[in-house]
Design a binder for this molecule. Structure first.
Ligand SMILES: [Zn+2]
Length: 218
């Protein structure tokens, strides 16, 4: 069974950056909120216990003025917000997710030819789609090694991975949407063949899938 990464571009590359202002759909920056502030910071390794919590503070970037069914925090981002019919779909089909609140903040740049979404925002209601289920990789088979481990606070960080994933069937509870434990607090979200098929079947705009790895039998 295959696993795919969800994002704005299936195969993002540097050219996407130069063409981002001509993208078909608006994208945003996530400007908070990280909690708690200040965090408990480890004196030895500087690790902290901050994580992103709702409301997601969303700032539209100068880009397209069309809001897709999904919107992302830039071409390489993993955070996504979605319109109400997408939320209903995920809910009806029992995907593993939370629909968190979004607040809109003043755009940084003055309106230009690349018109951002008008502020104050009066478009469709958007919810931050946060995958709530986590799956362990077979880290050895996925070539995901330890990048940092701290004897003081016990923090262990692994190589961040969005491809080459190998998941043992026994480590997977049948979720169609999940994150990877070794990716820490990253919101990189993965779906199975079935999940991808269902989302594509619904015909939503501005969501792509790139091959990320496999769920294999023991
Ligand atoms: Zn530490």
């Amino acid at each position: 069974m295959n696993v795919y990464l969800m994002r704005m571009y299936a195969t993002p590359n540097v050219d996407d950056l130069s063409t981002i202002t001509r993208a078909r759909y608006a994208h945003f920056s996530a400007v908070g909120t990280w909690w708690p502030i200040p965090a408990n910071v480890c004196a030895a390794c500087n690790s902290h216990d901050q994580r992103l919590v709702e409301p997601l503070l969303l700032q539209w970037e100068p880009s397209a003025h069309v809001i897709g069914d999904f919107s992302w925090d830039g071409p390489f981002g993993f955070l996504c917000v979605a319109q109400p019919h997408v939320v209903s779909f995920f809910r009806d089909e029992q995907f593993e997710f939370a629909a968190n609140t979004v607040e809109f903040v003043t755009p940084r740049r003055s309106p230009s030819r690349n018109t951002p979404i008008p502020y104050p925002y009066c478009g469709p209601k958007l919810s931050w789609i946060e995958s709530t289920s986590f799956v362990h990789l077979d880290r050895l088979a996925s070539n995901v090694g330890v990048e940092m481990s701290c004897s003081m606070c016990g923090t262990v960080r692994y190589r961040f991975a969005t491809e080459g994933l190998v998941i043992r069937r026994g480590a997977w509870d049948g979720q169609r949407m999940f994150r990877i434990t070794s990716n820490g607090r990253s919101h990189a979200t993965f779906v199975t063949d079935e999940g991808r098929c269902m989302i594509e079947g619904a015909g939503f705009s501005n969501v792509e899938f790139s091959f990320a790895g496999r769920i294999i039998d023991e």
